[in-house]
Design a protein around this ligand. Structure first.
Ligand SMILES: Cc1cc2nc3c(=O)[nH]c(=O)nc-3n(C[C@H](O)[C@H](O)[C@H](O)COP(=O)(O)OP(=O)(O)OC[C@H]3O[C@@H](n4cnc5c(N)ncnc54)[C@H](O)[C@@H]3O)c2cc1C
Length: 439
C-alpha cells in the first residue's frame, strides 16, 4: 500500500490541539471577510450616491502605519470608518462630525484630523490664540473657527469672553454683541454675565442650543465634562439631546440670562470705537463682536410671498407633530427626502414633496428607496420640476411646467440647504484660509 499515513498517538495529539485553533482561525477570517464586505458595500453606496466629501473636520488614515486593528471603527458611533484590505477607510464620509474619537483610539497614531479634501476646500477663518480675528474687535469661537465639538466650542466661548473683557467699551456702547446661542455662544453669554460686561446675545432661532437643538430626537450626545462660567463644572458624558438642552435651559433660568431669540444678524459695519451689528429687527453698537455662529449657516429661504407665515419652517425636529396634517416639503436633498418620508409615515398625514430639479441627484440610495416605497404606497406625492410661487394661510401655489396648482397644507417645510457665513466674513475683512485636507 502506497501513501497510507500511520496514525499514531502523536498525530492524534496534534490534531486535538490544531483543530480548535483552525476553527478559531476560520471563524476569525469569516468574520473579517464579512466586516470587509460590509465596509465595501457602505463605500460603494456612498460613491454611487455622490456622498464622498466629509462636511468639516475628518480623519485621514496613513496606510503605511495602519494595521487594521479596527479600534477606530469601534470608536466611531457614526460608523464613518470601515476596514478594507486590512486598512481603515473613510467609507461613509458625509456622516462624520469630526469629534476625533477615531484618532484618539488608534494605538499606532495612524489617524490625523484635517479640514477639507483635495477636491473640496473648507474655509477656516484666521484667529489668534485669544480668538480675535485679523479685524481687531471681532472674535470667533466654536465650530466657525474649525473646532467641531460641543465641549471645545463651550471652552472657546469662555476663553474668548475673557479676552474681550480686557477691551471694554467706553460711553454708551455695549462691550460685546454675542451672535449665536449654540454651545459657544451660551458659554460666552455666561462668561459675559460673570464678568459683568454690557452685552447682548442674539440668536436667529426661537431657542438655544445651536446645532444640538436640531439633532434628531433622542440622539445620544457624546461629550465630556466642561466648565461653564457661573454654572461651574458640568459633569456630562453621554446624554440625550433633550436632557442636554434641558440642562442648558435650567442654567439660563437660574442665572436669568437674557438671550434675544428670533433675531438674525445680517450685517456688521465698522463705526467709531467699534461696530454696528444690524439684525433684521434692530441694530446694536458695540466695542467687540463675538461670532459664535457655527458652520451650518442660516437656512436658505425660498424668497416667495407669504414665506414669513409661521407655518413655514426650515428644519424638521419631530415628525410626530405632523400626524394627521397636510404638509408640503420643499427640496431635493437627503434632508428633504428624510423629512417627507418620516412625516408620510405618520398616521393620517398627507405629504407632497416639491423639487425644482428633474430628478433627485446626490442622495443616499436608502433614501431613494424609502421615497419610492412611500410614493408607491400612496403616502406621498412627488412633484419634480416644480417651484413654489407663494404661500398662504391654508395652501401654497406651485408652478409645474406650464401649469400652476393650489396645494392645501397646514405646514410648509423648506429643506433648501444653508447660506454659509463665509461671504459675510470676507465682506467684513476677516481673512479666511481655504484648507484642502490639511490640519
Ligand atoms: C448630527 C450631528 C451630531 C453631532 N454630535 C455631536 C456629539 O455627539 N458630540 C459633540 O461634541 N459634537 C457633536 N456635533 C458637533 C456639535 O454639534 C458642534 O460642534 C457644536 O454645536 C458647535 O457649537 P457652536 O456654538 O460653535 O455652533 P452651533 O451649535 O452651530 O451654534 C451656532 C448658533 O448660531 C446661530 N446663528 C448662525 N448664524 C446666525 C446669525 N446670522 N444671526 C444669529 N444667529 C445665528 C445658529 O442659529 C446657532 O444657534 C454634532 C454635529 C452634528 C451635525
Amino acid at each position: 500500500m502506497v501513501g497510507a499515513v500511520p496514525i499514531n498517538g502523536d498525530t492524534l495529539i496534534w490534531v486535538a490541539y490544531a483543530a480548535p485553533l483552525l476553527v478559531v482561525l476560520l471563524l476569525y477570517f469569516v468574520k473579517k471577510r464579512k466586516r470587509e464586505d460590509r465596509s465595501r458595500n457602505v463605500l460603494e453606496n456612498s460613491v454611487k450616491s455622490g456622498l464622498t466629501e466629509p462636511p468639516s473636520l475628518h480623519p485621514v488614515i496613513d496606510p503605511s502605519i495602519c494595521v487594521g486593528s479596527g479600534s477606530c471603527t469601534r470608536a466611531c458611533p457614526e460608523k464613518t470608518l470601515g476596514i478594507i484590505n486590512g486598512k481603515a477607510h473613510l467609507v461613509n464620509p458625509t456622516v462624520c462630525i469630526g469629534h476625533g474619537a477615531c484618532a484618539a483610539s488608534c494605538p499606532l497614531g495612524a489617524i490625523k484630523l484635517v479640514f477639507g479634501t483635495a477636491r473640496r476646500g473648507l474655509d477656516i477663518p484666521y484667529v489668534t490664540p485669544n480668538f480675535e480675528t485679523n479685524v481687531p474687535g471681532i472674535y470667533i469661537a466654536g465650530e466657525l473657527g474649525g473646532m467641531g465639538l460641543i465641549r471645545k466650542a463651550a471652552e472657546q466661548g469662555r476663553q474668548a469672553i475673557e479676552s474681550i473683557a480686557q477691551n471694554r467699551a467706553t460711553g454708551d456702547d455695549l462691550d460685546v454683541v454675542i451672535v449665536g446661542a449654540g454651545p459657544a455662544g451660551l458659554s460666552a453669554t455666561l462668561g459675559a454675565m460673570d464678568k459683568k460686561l454690557r452685552f447682548v446675545t442674539i440668536e436667529q432661532e426661537d431657542s438655544l442650543g445651536g446645532t444640538v437643538y436640531h439633532y434628531p430626537r433622542n440622539k445620544i450626545v457624546m461629550t465630556q465634562p466642561v466648565t461653564l462660567p457661573l454654572a461651574g463644572k458640568i459633569k456630562v458624558g453621554e446624554i440625550s439631546k433633550e436632557s442636554l438642552l434641558e440642562l442648558w435651559q435650567g442654567i439660563i433660568r437660574r442665572f436669568h440670562i437674557p438671550i434675544s431669540y428670533g433675531q438674525r444678524m445680517e450685517k456688521i459695519e465698522p463705526a467709531e470705537g467699534g461696530f454696528v451689528v444690524k439684525t433684521h429687527k434692530s441694530e446694536f453698537r458695540a466695542r467687540n463682536i463675538l461670532l459664535s455662529i457655527g458652520r451650518r449657516g442660516t437656512p436658505r429661504k425660498l424668497g416667495v410671498p407669504g414665506e414669513e407665515h409661521p407655518k413655514v419652517i426650515y428644519r424638521l425636529i419631530d415628525p410626530e407633530q405632523y400626524r394627521g396634517r397636510k404638509v408640503l416639503v420643499v427640496g431635493g436633498g437627503d434632508s428633504a427626502i428624510e423629512a417627507a418620508v418620516s412625516i408620510a409615515d405618520q398616521p393620517g398625514s398627507e405629504v407632497t414633496l416639491s423639487y425644482r430639479g428633474e430628478a433627485f441627484g446626490r442622495v443616499k440610495e436608502k433614501n431613494r428607496e424609502r421615497l419610492a416605497e412611500a410614493e408607491q404606497s400612496g403616502q406621498l406625492a412627488v412633484r419634480l420640476s416644480s417651484t413654489v410661487l407663494r404661500i398662504d394661510e391654508g395652501y401654497a401655489e406651485i408652478a409645474q411646467g406650464e401649469e400652476t396648482h393650489l396645494l392645501e397644507n397646514d405646514y410648509v417645510i423648506v429643506c433648501a440647504g444653508g447660506v454659509l457665513p463665509t461671504p459675510m466674513l470676507k465682506e467684513i475683512g476677516i481673512q479666511v484660509e481655504t484648507k484642502y485636507g490639511t490640519e
